[in-house]
Design a protein around this ligand. Structure first.
Ligand SMILES: [Zn+2]
Length: 440
């Protein structure tokens, strides 16, 4: 079965048919990589692997993993782009923001670009976006991919794209003015920026629910916690959707209106979840490190790439009726996980406590440093309550965090906007919530 990813037939394809498509596409990808990509030839030779070893989907475990270190090594050996791009005619390069190490260049052929746009259209169509919508895209238009590819998806659906870009190029007041005056019905941006826009709207004397017409907001690039989603939906009176992806993968997952996990574009990708220590697949429903294979990508495809995000596969059928499997929302990356005083923590673990009291803003920054052998943690939050109560609430939060995380931390409350300025809510494309200043 062939056909463009934009075709809705893929969403309800039978599992048998889907597995046959995956198998055919996997074999095609391995063959393509062997012929045209020196990077894979090199790695596979070292591991004694040949694409002929894969007779069917069940043999995918024989294909060696690739890692961020392999890519970094490729760039070091073959600067500036590495030898993982392959012998394809690329028309465009985008780059990851490099949460670890140097930015990675990812080449795209014309087909690659079309496919990612189609997959974005699939996401947004499922999330209720259609030809009558006015879609404001407040993601950054930069080497980071999402601004451009989401715009492609919007245009493929016949909606009207309003490419305002992030707050760094179109300040928030102006974003809101446009949304108000032009009647924006859908906004795409990070979840934290969506909440920031609501605050700015109120400062302008506008009520996000009353004075705007936003039905849908779609988010990616940073984890959207359930607390954050609830706040966005409540504030704007819209449906807020989570989408997970990255520059290397394109547009691999999306939420449906059930909002219970992210559906996987299994016609275009293979997803596995492994124990990040042993590399062995974990049972369905258990958390582990996500491994992605991009079946359709021509230039710079990922083949069993250990992307570092932590998730779990959900194989039970979704109530929406779609047959594509799902995964749980990514709440952290292997890289984001830090061990403090022997406790493994993710930045999002701090969020429920911070939001619970209703006196702290949504932004926070966790500082970790050491004094001798002692590891110290400070959580910087924004205090929005009455000034006289500040110390009391900080103490409450300290207690709550200790109870929730089993970790003692100091809480410092900055005035409104204080943390935002530190983490760069307006200008960032990816979130940064942990500052690890420990001397190694
Ligand atoms: Zn669903």
């Amino acid at each position: 079965m062939q056909g463009s990813p934009i075709d809705p037939k893929w969403e309800t394809i039978s599992r048998d048919e889907l597995l046959a498509v995956q198998e055919e596409r996997l074999k095609g990808l391995l063959k393509r990589a062997e012929e045209k990509i020196p990077f894979y030839r090199r790695l596979w030779k070292k591991e004694g692997f040949s694409p002929d070893d894969v007779k069917g989907l069940g043999d995918i475990g024989k294909v060696p993993f690739t890692t961020k270190q392999d890519i970094a090594e490729s760039i070091r050996l073959f600067p500036p782009f590495g030898d993982y791009q392959g012998d394809f005619h690329a028309i465009r390069v985008q780059s990851s923001t490099g949460s670890t190490g140097k930015p990675k260049a990812i080449f795209h052929t014309r087909n690659d670009w079309e496919n990612i746009g189609d997959l974005w259209a699939r996401r947004l169509r499922v999330q209720g976006v259609g030809p009558t919508d006015i879609v404001q895209i407040s993601f950054a238009y930069t080497l980071f991919i999402v601004g451009f590819t989401s715009t492609e998806g919007v245009m493929k659906l016949g909606s009207l794209a309003v490419p305002t870009g992030s707050g760094a190029v179109t300040p928030s007041e102006r974003q809101l003015q446009i949304a108000h005056d032009w009647g924006t019905t859908v906004i795409g941006c990070t979840g934290s920026y969506m909440l920031h826009l609501a605050e700015v709207a109120r400062e302008m004397g506008l009520d996000p629910r009353k004075h705007f017409n936003i039905r849908v907001s779609f988010h990616t690039a940073e984890p959207l916690t359930e607390k954050m989603r609830a706040e966005i939906e409540d504030t704007w009176g819209c449906k807020a959707y989570n989408n997970w992806g990255s520059v290397e993968t394109g547009a691999p997952t999306w939420e449906c209106p059930e909002q219970k996990g992210l559906h996987l574009n299994e016609d275009a990708y293979i997803f596995e979840v492994i124990d990040y220590k042993t590399g062995i697949p974990v049972p369905d429903g258990e958390e582990g490190e996500l491994v992605v294979t991009t079946l359709l990508k021509e230039a710079a495809p990922l083949i069993r790439y250990r992307i570092g995000d932590i998730t779990a596969l959900m194989k039970e059928r979704c109530a929406c009726g779609r047959t594509l499997n799902r995964m749980t929302a990514v709440h952290g990356r292997v890289d984001d996980m830090i061990k403090v005083k022997g406790v493994a923590i993710y930045p999002t673990d701090f969020e429920p406590s911070i939001k619970k009291f209703g006196v702290f803003g949504g932004e926070y920054l966790i500082k970790v440093w050491n004094e001798g052998h002692r590891e110290l943690v400070k959580v910087l939050v924004e205090f929005l309550g009455e000034d006289g109560d500040r110390a009391k609430w900080c103490e409450e939060l300290t207690k709550d965090l200790h109870g929730a995380l089993g970790l003692r931390s100091e809480v410092e409350a900055l005035p409104k906007g204080g943390v935002k300025a530190l983490v760069g809510t307006e200008t960032r494309t990816k979130y940064k919530r942990i500052m690890d200043l420990r001397k190694k």
